[in-house]
Each structure stands twice: as C-alpha cells, then as structure tokens.
Unconditional design. Structure first.
Lengths: 113, 109
C-alpha cells in the first residue's frame, strides 16, 4: 500500500516568510508525528496527534511553529516568520496506534535564506 | 546527558562479520524500542521493534532488550556493504519517541 507522503520535498524560503508543510499518513494510522532533523543528528520530536487531537506539542521550538490535523488524516506543519535556524529536514511519521512502530515519509528539506 | 545515547562511530566491520550496535536510555518508563536504518539523504527506515526483555530475531537482524540495564542492542549478522548506513535507536514512552543521534556503520568489501 501507499506509504507516508510529504510535500513539498524541497522548500526554499526567504527569512520572514511563512511556510506550510503537508503530511499524508498511511491510511488508517491513528497516530501522526512531526520531527525536525539537523545534519548529523537524530530526529528531534516536535509534536504528535492521535486522530485529530494534538496530545503533545512539547517539542515545538517556538510559538512560530504550529501543527494541525483537523480531520484526523492529513496534517500540516506551519512555520511563521521563518528564521535561518529553522533550516532542517522536517520528517513526518505515522503509526497504527500510539506506541507502535512508526513509518516515515521522505521528508521536506527546508532552507531559509 | 541525552535521553538516548549511541556511540556515534564510525563503526567499521569487514563483509561477512557481525556488527554490534548499542543504545542506552534514561527513561525507565519506556515501553517500546525501535531500530531504524537511515541512508545518507534518505528518511529513516524501520528495521526492528522490540517490546519485551530478551532477544528478537528477524533474518540477519537480532534486537536485544534489557530493561533493568536500560540497554538495547542490534546485531547484524553476515554484514553486507549495503548495510552501510546510520542506525538510529528510538525509545517510546507515553506515546512520544526519542531518538539517539545514530551510529554510522561501514561494511568493507
């Protein structure tokens, strides 16, 4: 079946612009996760959803970051007023249930210039 | 101190050898444990998951979990050059997964 998809795959934004990153999880997966990965490091947790409920957003680095999953399927991670330090790969993952194995999408590489 | 610790490597083994990758974690409430493989420029790919103490085998891969020692490992038997990648350990507690920074493995022909 189809895996997790993310769009766009690459995004270049000028400092101060807003960006929106989309994640389509595996059909039927209840849990959805967002991670940020810097070069040479493991994925850093940002937030996760169980269906449409955002259960943990403790990893969001600032109030410029906002995530939603209004219908319990597709999710969007929005970054307002992008800064250079936001440049990273943003990974989305989904799992059948919370605590189960997660399957990752291809990621969105964000470059802020 | 990071919540999930891995030796960064690089770990180099000859083709056909056993590669041993280790991971320690700090949260005693952790319930599920995962190993992912990540090739350069790609996203993490699930290799193994383990929930209970002991060993779990899948093909050339064996995951070992010791909750008392807060330690999880991955053994790769008959290592192949295609196994050369970064291996990420992930620990899940209360729904949230924490990743180590990975161990880079190189398998030399």
């Amino acid at each position: 079946g189809a895996g997790v998809s993310q769009s766009p795959r690459y995004k270049v934004a000028k400092r101060g612009q807003d960006v929106a990153l989309r994640c389509d999880p595996i059909s039927g997966h209840v849990s959805l996760f967002w991670y940020q990965q810097a070069l040479g490091q493991g994925p850093e947790f940002l937030t996760y959803f169980q269906n449409e409920a955002q259960l943990d957003k403790s990893g969001l680095p600032s109030d410029r970051f906002f995530a939603e999953r209004p219908e319990g399927s597709v999710s969007t991670l929005k970054i307002q007023r992008t800064q250079q330090e936001d440049s990273a790969v943003y990974l989305c993952a989904s799992s059948l249930k919370t605590g189960y194995e997660q399957y990752f999408g291809p990621g969105t590489r964000l470059t802020v210039t | 101190q990071k919540e999930v610790e891995q030796n960064s490597g690089p770990l180099s083994v000859p083709e056909g050898a056993i590669a041993s990758l280790n991971c320690t974690y700090s949260d005693r409430g952790s319930q599920s444990f995962f190993w992912y493989r990540q090739y350069s420029g790609k996203s993490p790919e699930l290799i193994m998951f383990i929930y209970s103490n002991g060993d779990k085998e899948d093909g050339r891969f064996t995951a070992q979990l010791n909750k008392a020692s807060q330690y999880v490992s991955l053994l790769i038997r008959d290592s192949q050059p295609s196994d050369s990648a970064t291996y990420l350990c992930a620990v899940n507690s209360a729904g949230k997964s924490t990743f180590g920074d990975g161990t880079t493995l190189t398998v030399k022909p």
